[in-house]
Design a protein around this ligand. Structure first.
Ligand code: F6P
Length: 319
């Protein structure tokens, strides 16, 4: 059986170990592995190649994805989805493993509702915002990049009387921000899911500053869209000179952590085994309480990920 792997949407550390495992494991199972380059764009343009050991040798430690990714506008149009389907048939590909996030799964859901395709999605996004799974590939590495940046920013913050406002990624999800705030001991954490109790925080920090606090770390999730407002507030109301660091795309890069490599291997084995034992799959592999299972793509894309209670409580505590 010919099987293919593709990355779609934002890249995430862990994609390369998954690609490597995909090729090795498919071969071990006597299947023919294919690589789809450039995500859905490449699927439309038939950038599909049979994989050999050579393409995936020495990639487990590299961030990003060696087969590249894309956010495809053309895939929203039926004629291009038809072209993509014809390309899969051209190579006689009977199953596809898709490493991607929410948007990519939405695209695959539409694709599979129109055409007879067999696919399994592996949640891969640093945002950790996919419904049905506690963990998405890339999150641990991204958190370690953020941790490293915050530790360094704290060094300079502690050496001055200053506030530092650090904006982290996550799209509309505050996961990265909350966990980063917890592990760095930040005084302020602002996420889209929770109303920021500005007056309460102002009262508390004003008192702490009077009592000798000389610097503040504030983590803000990009989805809150409050970075400049909070910058002004800290300067004007708390009276601390404030610097803003927007961490940006460094959060998506870097060598995958040990955990992301191990998770990549496990997610991939689950996905390939599922494709080999079902001929009507349109599922996502999910990971909860230490176990893998499979969820219908419809359920994944029609529900919104919600932050677990213990993380929301941590925000209240920080406030
Ligand atoms: O989904 C991953 C992510 O890095 C988000 O955190 C961020 O909002 C977005 O992608 C950035 O997208 P782009 O790489 O297209 O600028």
């Amino acid at each position: 059986m010919a099987l293919a792997v593709m990355c779609s949407g934002g890249d995430a550390p862990g994609m390369n170990p998954a690609i490597k495992k995909f090729v090795d494991y498919a071969q071990k199972k006597d299947q023919v592995p294919y690589l789809i380059y450039d995500g859905l764009e490449g699927l439309i343009d038939n950038k599909i190649k049979k994989a050999t050991h050579h393409e995936v040798a020495g990639i487990v430690h590299i961030g990003g994805t060696i087969i590249r990714s894309s956010r495809s506008k053309r895939f929203f149009e039926y004629e291009y989805r038809l072209q993509a389907f014809n390309n899969l048939n051209l190579h006689d590909i009977q199953g596809v493993v898709v490493l991607g996030g929410d948007g990519s799964f939405r695209a695959m859901q539409r694709f599979s509702s129109e055409f007879d395709i067999n696919f399994v999605g592996i949640p891969s996004t640093i945002d950790n915002d996919i419904y049905g799974t506690e963990y998405c590939l890339g999150v641990d590495t991204a958190l370690n990049v953020i941790r490293d940046a915050l530790d360094k920013i704290r060094d300079t913050a502690a050496s001055f009387n200053r506030a530092f406002l650090i904006e982290v990624m996550g799209r509309d999800c505050g996961y990265l921000a909350v966990v980063s705030a917890m592990i760095s001991g930040a005084e302020i954490c602002i996420i889209p899911e929770v109303e920021f109790k500005r007056d309460e925080v102002e009262k508390k920090l004003t008192q702490e500053i009077k009592d000798g606090r000389n610097y503040i770390l504030a983590i803000i999730s990009e989805g809150a869209k409050k970075t400049s407002e909070i910058h002004e507030w800290i300067q004007d109301k708390l009276g601390l000179e404030t610097r803003v660091s927007i961490l940006g795309h460094i959060q998506r890069g870097g060598n995958p952590s040990v955990y992301d490599r191990m998770m990549a291997f496990d997610f991939t084995i689950q996905a390939v085994d599922y494709l080999l034992s079902h001929n009507d799959s349109n599922k996502v592999v999910v990971f909860n309480k230490g176990e893998f299972s499979f969820m219908e793509i419809e359920d994944v894309v029609s529900n919104k990920y919600e932050l677990p209670e213990h993380l929301l409580n941590a925000i209240n505590y920080l406030d």
